[in-house]
Design a protein around this ligand. Structure first.
Ligand code: HEC
Length: 174
């Protein structure tokens, strides 16, 4: 029992240390800490696609770090569940309904893979790091020419940076 308590205490200290490290990183990157910014409700976080759950995500998940800073990669449902559980362990506070809304939002908008034949422009932007013009180019091209079958098809879209596609290759689904 004593052993357990010690282990728990050291885990907690590890988390605190990480939060401190995260805070220091934010400062050194001269990003204004979230708590010093204007109320979160007034921020748009335009990098995050609009949709149900976005407001809840911003409210619950921007207390320690910017939500659009960390959501660089997609995950499947289980992966996002694990992340949210981990955040709750760090001290993220929300009701079950709020965590479910956040989970649904993340699974929908930040999936493990992006289906380039079905994704909306905002999902192509956030998931693959495309510019708005590039994402719209993808949609126009597929409307005109039908579904993409491979990354090589996708590279035929005019003015699309092929290097971005190669970097996100593992995330492309057709
Ligand atoms: C109480 C502070 C706190 C809150 C609130 C919080 N996080 Fe975090 N988050 C952290 C810390 C600390 C890290 C760095 C973890 C690490 O380095 O292991 C982190 C890292 C992350 C990462 C990077 C990947 C990872 O697993 O480490 C993601 C994604 C993330 N948070 C998502 C969320 C989401 C989604 C929410 C809202 C449900 C949220 N966070 C709320 C503290 C928080």
């Amino acid at each position: 029992m004593k052993h357990d308590a010690t282990a728990l205490a050291s885990v907690t200290w590890m988390h605190l240390a990480k939060i401190a490290v995260l805070g220091a990183t934010l400062w050194s990157a001269s990003v204004v800490p979230v708590y010093a910014q204007q109320p979160v409700q007034q921020q748009q976080y335009s990098e995050l696609p609009a949709g149900e759950g976005k407001d809840t995500l911003i409210r619950v998940c921007s207390k320690c770090h910017s939500p659009d800073n960390v959501i660089a990669n997609g995950q499947d449902r289980e992966g996002w569940e694990n992340t949210i559980t981990k955040m709750a362990g760090f001290g993220a506070v929300g009701t079950d309904d709020e965590f479910t809304a956040i989970l649904d939002y993340l699974v929908k908008n930040f999936p493990a893979t992006i289906n380039v034949n079905k994704a909306a422009a905002a999902q192509l932007e956030s998931g693959l790091g495309l510019s708005t013009a590039e994402a719209e180019g993808v949609i126009q091209y597929r409307e005109k020419n039908g579904d993409f079958k491979s990354i090589d098809d996708l590279k035929k879209v005019p003015d699309l940076d092929a290097k971005k596609l190669d970097a996100k290759k593992a995330r492309l689904a057709f």
